[in-house]
Design a protein around this ligand. Structure first.
Ligand code: KPL
Length: 297
């Protein structure tokens, strides 16, 4: 297949390399001004990828969007008119709501949503390490996307395991709630994921999960509170040494994904008039930090 990765950060580069290794014709669409970019995975030899090539983009069968959620609208909008209408578009990033912002422009493409728990660390612009084996879950966003179940086999062959869901909302909300519980707290406390296993955080984390779960219920996604808590604390243990993406963004004064993580839950709560004080407070605190940078500019 002809595959393009839009936003070759850590996860995007990992997928680019693995798909190319599996025999696909893979190109990237990244920030580099170079027409070819070498990507190295772990200690494997670097592989060359065409970058920002319009001819290649126009004939791409699958576009995998691994940008940060807040970058999606601005980066994807100018590219959509250039794509063949049969191009499958798979969104694979933290957070929810980025696709809703482009709903009209995306309606005629086969669109899929996914979530991945693979650990990937970008050592530098050209080198990525696969730091933790994870899973990828994908499913359709629209009817045309429902016809693309074969994609899970294609991706599974390159970077297993990949699971297909007839309804992806459950998997997306589960990952969203994991991110709501871990990301803002680690950013505010400036700590690793593992530090959240200290008993003093337990009550707050449980509150965050309960509130987010009640929002999921309002949009007909039923999640079990007890197993959600178990899942969140398992992720904290398994990724104990990692620093969450939000901790890294905030500590480096980069815009975080808060709008699409906690902010998404806050927007659902507003719509259904639910009281979610813990998530509201975290949302405001992170937004306040982000706003303080621009004031100093
Ligand atoms: O997805 C993550 C992130 O950092 O964004 C978790 C699961 C919290 C792992 O660090």
């Amino acid at each position: 297949m002809n595959i393009t990765i839009l936003g070759p950060g850590a996860i995007g580069s990992l997928y680019a390399y693995k798909l190319k290794q599996a025999g696909h014709d893979v190109s990237i669409w990244g920030r580099s001004p170079n027409s070819t970019v070498d990507i190295q995975l772990d200690h494997l030899p670097p592989l060359p990828f065409a970058n920002q090539n319009l001819v290649v983009l126009k004939r791409t069968d699958l576009l995998i969007v691994t940008l940060k959620a807040w970058q999606v609208e601005a980066a994807l909008s100018p590219l959509l008119p250039l794509l063949h209408p049969d191009t499958m578009i798979l969104f694979l990033h933290n957070g929810m709501g980025s696709v809703d912002k482009l709903a009209n422009a995306l309606a005629n493409f086969p669109v899929l949503l996914g979530t991945s728990t693979h650990g990937a660390l970008r050592v530098n612009a050209l080198h990525v390490n696969h730091t933790g084996l994870g899973e990828t879950h994908i499913g359709a966003w629209n009817d045309k996307g429902q016809q693309c179940q074969f994609l899970s086999d294609v991706l599974h062959h390159a970077l297993s395991p990949v699971k297909w869901h007839t309804s992806i909302q459950h998997a997306l909300w589960t990952k969203l709630i994991i991110n709501c519980a871990i990301n803002p707290l680690t950013a505010l406390e400036n700590c690793s994921n593992g530090q959240l296993s200290e008993p003093r955080y337990r009550h707050q984390i449980e509150q965050i999960i309960d509130e987010a779960q009640s929002c999921a219920e309002k949009v007909d996604v039923t999640l079990d509170k007890a197993s959600l808590k178990e899942t969140v604390f398992n992720v904290i243990t398994k990724t104990a040494k990692n620093y969450s993406s939000m901790q890294q963004d905030i500590s480096q004064q980069r815009t975080s994904e808060i709008e699409f993580i906690t902010g998404y839950v806050v927007s659902i709560a507003e719509r259904y008039q639910l009281d979610i004080p813990e998530n509201n407070a975290l949302f405001k605190q992170i937004k306040c930090i982000e706003a303080s940078w621009s004031k100093h500019d």
